[in-house]
Design a protein around this ligand. Structure first.
Ligand code: C2E
Ligand code: CA
Ligand code: CA
Length: 613
């Protein structure tokens, strides 16, 4: 633009460049159309040539100014479009609206309408707060349109002339998208995406608010923690899509049973929490819990999964009596739930301090369990297995004992506790190592059977552990038997079968323990090639008392023969039981009649090969 420099001759003549430029600016409006310019100048001694030069310069300056203004205007109109801005000027005091810019989302102001027109664009509930902007002469407000389909933010800027307000510049932005995004973020942060129910965070907030209300007004409310038993099995057997559908149905069922002022939340998995507000007494809570269990049971009966007999349990905590924080209330309702599950696996229970005590006792037991091994409180005992055809003991089952300071704890108590707390991995490895080490020392190469818990199959890297212990102790793989129960296979059938196959590939045998207590025994038997089947002692106990038991035992033995499996009868206590089992064709007997679980030294005669009987 160097050629547009102010002509030197002009400067020489003492003509002020800025005065000329200002003149050009004000001419911008007319340049571009047809115009003529008559330049008169106060400077007498300007020659025509100089006048032409000046005119030329002025025209070029004016054109540049027009181009600049056009590009500002373009930029502004882009800003207006992108930011979805509308602008009006509203005159004061007559309130006439003059449209400056309009965004697509808002109606274009018809010519010369009053402020009333502007207010009509606003949802009635918000009109006062927008109107107030004019009264207080400034400020900003967010408002929706009458059908609430769009949201706007309006800022009002007063325009003054000689110290008085003569009008307002009203800038309005369409903020619908930002609001929708914010609402979505808020929704996602507070809801469970699968069921649309409130999530843990939202529930916690609501519980805290309800506790504050209860402190202020002395109101009571109930927290119900609800859990489906065996939901995991539905997931594992029918797939996650089926599990998800069940959860969605369940969410709808629960929501249908509570009042609008109550809240149903999903905590994750199959755990739901219901916040029942404003109750008069515990009876209100128990009648809701009763209704919920009934409805859920009814829902489950109409699904394909009812053969798994999923049931529902509810634990209830009452506020404010059972806790003064959201966490305390949920954890106390959880304890009540745990109580229901361990007792009956169906129905509901209220939290009480006795539960708290038993929970404490349980926590203490878990803590002691962790230290039991280093304190030398564990002992592995051995129970003989008697082979009917060879009429001799052919192996032992290793069973763990816990001599806890203050009294022995039965395995039926501490094994499930070890499974829940995760200690079973370490304990299981200990029993396995002890049993293998003991068996290596026997003069007679008898079998040794070790019980394996589901947790070990699922996350214990069992094949690696077994291979390592066999290598370490030098026990021949075929002498080791692992006893597994059906429940562990159900949790994740494919993964479990893979583990069992790897174990069999090592040369280790696998028996199916507690046969007859599960719920899909035939399916389990077909899905994996077991070496042995252990008939649960419940059947042996019922022998003689119930004719059908004999028929069941005969059928199990037939099944064993058909599949090429030896059947072991557990819990044989009397000669009569032993005789019927032998007569029925049972191959192996185990029970107090043959021998109780004892420290291996007790069975020295058997392991050393010197049979006394
Ligand atoms: P299980 O595997 O079915 O073990 C057999 C249980 O029956 C043992 O109970 C045994 O003492 C008992 N028993 C044996 N013969 C008779 C009898 O003639 N009559 C009666 N009434 N009972 C008899 P125990 O030792 O109390 O073990 C209970 C359960 O604890 C075991 O059942 C097993 O599931 C689990 N368990 C024991 N030790 C271990 C272990 O080291 N690891 C794992 N994972 N589980 C273990
Ligand atoms: Ca067993
Ligand atoms: Ca058993």
């Amino acid at each position: 633009m160097a050629d547009h420099d102010f002509p030197a001759e002009m400067a020489d003549q003492g003509i002020d460049r800025s005065a000329i430029e200002a003149l050009c600016q004000s001419m911008c409006g007319v340049i571009g159309g047809n115009f003529s310019i008559r330049l008169s100048t106060a400077s007498e001694d300007l020659t025509v040539q100089k006048t032409a030069l000046l005119t030329n310069f002025m025209l070029e300056s004016a054109q540049r100014a027009v181009a600049r203004t056009r590009s500002y205007a373009d930029a502004l109109s882009n800003v207006q479009r992108i930011m979805k801005l509308s602008a009006w000027r509203i005159s004061h005091p007559d309130g006439l609206v003059q449209q400056i810019e309009a965004d697509a989302a808002i109606a274009r102001a018809p010519a010369q309408r009053g402020l009333g027109w502007f207010l009509e664009q606003i949802a009635p509930d918000y009109r006062n707060s927008v109107e107030a902007l004019f009264v207080q002469a400034g400020g900003a407000v967010e408002w929706p349109n009458p059908d609430q389909s769009a949201w706007f933010r309006t800022e009002v800027l007063p325009e003054h002339e000689a110290g008085t307000v003569v009008g307002f510049l009203v800038i309005t932005q369409d903020i619908s998208e930002t609001r929708r995004a914010a609402e979505r973020i808020h929704y996602l942060a507070n809801h469970d995406p699968l069921t649309g129910l409130a999530n843990r965070r939202r529930l916690q907030e609501q519980l805290t608010a309800s506790l504050a209300l209860s402190r202020r007004y002395g109101s009571q409310f109930a927290v119900h923690v609800l859990d489906l038993d065996r939901f995991k099995t539905v997931n594992d057997l029918y797939g996650h899509a089926a599990g998800d559908r069940l959860l969605i149905d369940l969410a709808a069922c629960l929501t249908g049973e509570v009042r609008d002022c109550d809240m149903v939340a999903r905590m994750g998995g199959d755990e739901f929490v219901i916040l029942q507000t404003d109750i008069a007494s515990a009876t209100d809570a128990s009648s809701l819990a009763e209704r919920l269990t009934g409805k859920v049971r009814n829902l489950l009966e109409h699904t394909d999964y009812d053969t798994l007999m999923p049931t529902v349990s509810i634990g209830i905590a009452l506020a404010p009596a059972d806790g003064d924080t959201a966490e305390a209330l949920i954890s106390h309702a959880d304890m009540a739930l745990y109580q229901v599950k361990s007792a009956s696996r169906n129905g509901f229970a209220f939290f009480n301090t006795a539960i708290n005590d038993s929970q404490l006792a349980r926590d203490r037991m878990v803590a002691d369990l962790r230290r039991a091994r280093e304190r030398g409180e564990f002992e592995v005992v051995y129970q003989p297995l008697h082979d009917v055809a060879r009429n001799q003991v052919t192996g032992f089952e290793a069973l763990l004992r816990w001599h806890r300071a203050g009294g022995d704890v039965p395995p039926d108590i501490f094994i499930p506790l070890a499974e829940e707390s995760g200690h079973i991995l370490e304990i299981g490895a200990y029993v396995l190592r002890e049993a293998c080490r003991a068996a290596v020392g026997w003069a007679v190469p008898l079998h040794v059977a070790v019980n394996i818990s589901a947790v070990q199959v699922q996350k214990g890297r069992l094949p690696e552990l077994v291979a390592q212990i066999l290598a370490e102790t030098g026990l021949a793989a075929h002498r080791l038997e692992l006893e597994v129960t059906e429940s562990m296979l159900l949790a994740d059938v494919d993964a479990a079968i893979e583990v069992l196959n790897q174990l069999q590939a090592l040369g280790v045998r696998v028996s199916l323990d507690d046969f007859g207590t599960g719920y899909s025994s035939l399916a389990t038997l077909r899905s994996f090639p077991f070496d042995k089947l252990k008939l649960d002692r419940r059947f042996v106990q019922d022998l003689g008392a119930d004719e059908r038991t004999e028929a069941v035992i005969a059928a199990v033995l037939d099944l064993g023969r058909a599949l090429g499996l030896n059947v072991v009868a557990e819990g044989v206590e009397t000669e009569t039981q032993a005789k019927s089992l032998r007569d029925a064709g049972c191959q192996v007997l185990q029970g107090y009649l043959i021998g109780r679980p004892q420290p291996i030294a007790h069975y020295n005669n058997l392991t050393s090969g010197i049979q006394l009987d």
